[in-house]
Design a protein around this ligand. Structure first.
Ligand code: XMP
Length: 599
């Protein structure tokens, strides 16, 4: 590989650097994530340097440091959001808290610059920032603006240094990829990255890391684990790889049987199955906090895997653990230097972190996003039927079955009355639901109550309302539309845990929804559609259901998906008759501010 055709992405925390690296690979160029404190000698061979965004402010005490000499190397530089502020600040500019915090889409007007070659004079970009550059350093000029941000991009044409206040790497920035491609052109990069060469490179890495040991891989049957399994089988042969499918009791209806069937159909013979549902469910008894549930599930996977090694009399020194972990799993679990924990994915519980440190885990997909994993699957010749499956979280229905000890912790600052008033102004009825769910705002975890709204299904009005509420009201991180309700009483919170009965109810509802997606031919246009059970209702109907269809390209950001009204109404009618259900709701929140799963 020619290093001069490679871009360095300096990682300032949050999700940004890896997403940028993914985008650069998508454009056919090698990229590497680098520490911002790297020596210039480590960066000599790169064609250009990108300063990523990050959750910090340049004036913060704990703001990540960087090696200022990098800016003297004479290489083209692109600063993005925090990276842009940092570059401007380091070169003598001024950064100030913005008058308004800007989150979401914004229209920018651009002027002429090589970085904007071929870009429309007015276009939409994604903003997520509080601070902005108030005065740019000498030699720089402003090249773009939005109504809230007079300098949305800067350029030093002689030094080829560019800075964007917005995020070109997210799909919401309509022409962002073209801007990134322009930067690669400015750097003079040739396009030499593709999935074939990547597959070969990753094969080498696997061989080196595994050495003369073997791999015992947990295979849920989802896209990631199946691609990891196929890859390891190819690189190490199926004699040195053994798959284990664990039925954790939190699977979808008939999932384990159908996974085993299709794996057999596609000639995967080195796969065992174990029913550990009793163990998982008994450990979840009486537990309601989302992070506790996630940790219990993650730990139990490891216990079951160890027991299986024991039963098979395989030497744990000779068999390392394989996992189909992909990049977003690690970032949300707060694994990198500057990232906050949003939620601990099942493959990132402390015991696994420890095994990783000891070199006893192999995760061949840990750098990749879902779109790349799917491409890798195609490269390996896997059938579309496997590759196109919707993502399903390792903890399964366990994180879609919300639990409660019957009490609700009041928010420190409750401004939900404002949310109700704002919603009523728009002609909708509104009330706050007595339950909390996980969200992500400005890269940090939130755990707050949703607002339920009732009224006409007008997607545009509802979408605007949802954004207005979550931007203006701190104690609300989601907005749901009530599609059907059995009665008109104010919903109450019930004490409820992970029980067989509630799992059965959720499983039935989930099966109806999956069937609906296939019949309505919506399966391929939706990224995934979690169905969530909340312990909220009235009288003998103690649970409510939330439908959470989203569109996304990598799950780091997502938009709620708008299902056509007629089809949706008939789905809600099918669901509301399930015994024990009080209401059927529809999640109207994008990510951010909400996450895709509710916990
Ligand atoms: P969130 O809810 O954080 O989810 O927006 C992003 C993506 O990750 C999936 N997810 C998981 N996947 N183990 C997994 O393998 C987990 O513990 C886990 N938690 C969330 C989620 O379904 C979505 O696709």
């Amino acid at each position: 590989m020619l290093h001069k055709d490679k871009i360095a992405v300096l990682d300032f925390g949050g999700q940004y650097a890896h997403l940028i690296a993914n985008r650069i690979r998508r454009l056919g160029v090698y990229s590497e994530i680098m520490d911002p404190e790297s020596e210039t000698s480590q960066l000599n061979d790169f064609a250009g340097i990108i300063f990523s965004g990050g959750p910090h402010s340049v004036y913060e005490k704990n703001a990540p440091l960087f090696n200022k000499k990098i800016l003297e190397m004479g290489k083209p530089v692109l600063g993005i959001c925090y990276g842009h502020q940092l570059v401007s600040y380091a070169l003598g500019g001024e950064v100030k808290p913005g008058k308004v915090r800007e989150f979401g889409r914004a229209e920018i007007t651009i002027s002429e610059s090589p970085i904007f070659k071929g870009i429309s004079p007015k276009n939409v970009v994604w903003m997520s920032h509080g601070d902005s550059v108030a005065k740019f350093p000498e030699g720089f000029k402003g090249i773009a603006s939005t109504s809230d941000c007079p300098v949305a991009a800067v350029e030093h044409s002689a030094k080829k240094i560019y800075g964007f206040q917005f995020h070109p790497e997210v799909t919401h920035s309509a022409e962002g990829m073209k801007m990134m491609s322009n930067f690669l052109e400015i750097c003079g990069c040739s396009k030499s990255w593709d999935m074939k060469s990547y597959t070969n490179a990753i094969g080498e890495e696997i061989r080196t890391k595994v050495g003369n040991r073997n791999v015992f891989l947990l295979v849920s049957g989802g896209v990631d684990s199946v691609v990891a399994f196929a890859l390891l089988n190819k690189v190490l042969t199926d004699k040195r790889v053994l798959g284990l499918h664990i039925d954790n009791g939190l699977m979808r209806k008939d999932e384990t049987a159908s996974v085993m069937d299709y794996m057999k159909k596609h000639n995967f013979t080195n796969l065992n199955v174990v029913d550990a549902s009793g163990k998982f469910l008994s450990r979840l008894e009486g537990v309601h906090e989302p992070e506790k549930k996630r940790k219990i599930i993650g730990d139990t996977f490891i216990d079951v895997q160890r027991e299986a090694l024991d039963n098979l009399k395989l030497d744990p020194e000779k068999w390392i653990l394989g996992q189909g972990t992909i990049y977003p799993d690690t970032i949300e679990s707060g694994s990198t230097k500057h990232a906050a924990v949003i939620k601990t994915h099942h493959n990132r519980v402390p015991i696994i972190e420890q095994m990783i440190k000891e070199g006893r885990v192999i995760e061949p997909l840990a750098e990749l996003y879902k779109d790349e994993v799917r491409d890798l699957g195609r490269e390996l010749g896997l059938p579309e039927e496997l590759i196109e499956r919707h993502p399903f979280p390792g903890p399964g229905l366990g994180v879609r079955l919300l639990c409660s000890d019957g009490t609700l912790i009041a928010p420190a600052e409750d401004d939900s009355a404002k949310a109700v008033a704002l919603t009523k102004e728009q002609g909708y009825n509104a009330y706050v639901l007595p339950i909390r769910s996980v969200g992500v705002q400005g890269d940090f975890r939130t755990y707050a109550q949703p607002l339920a709204v009732e009224g006409n299904l007008e997607w545009n009005a509802l979408s605007n309302l949802s954004t207005t509420i979550t931007n203006a009201v701190r104690s609300i991180n989601r907005v749901v539309l009530v599609l059907k309700r059995r009665n008109t009483l104010q919903p109450e919170l019930y004490k409820a845990y992970t029980t067989a009965d509630r799992l059965h109810l959720l499983r039935e509802a989930d099966a109806i929804v999956t069937d609906f997606l296939h019949k309505e031919k919506l399966y391929s246009s939706i990224w995934q559609m979690p169905v969530v059970l909340l312990p909220v209702g009235n009288g003998s109907e103690k649970d409510s259901l939330v439908l959470r269809p989203v569109s996304s390209s990598e799950a780091m950001t997502a938009d709620f998906f708008k299902i056509p009204e007629k089809a949706l109404t008939s789905l809600a009618e099918k669901l509301i008759v399930l015994p024990g259900l009080s209401a059927v709701m529809y999640d109207l929140t994008n990510k951010p501010p909400a996450t895709i799963e509710w916990e």
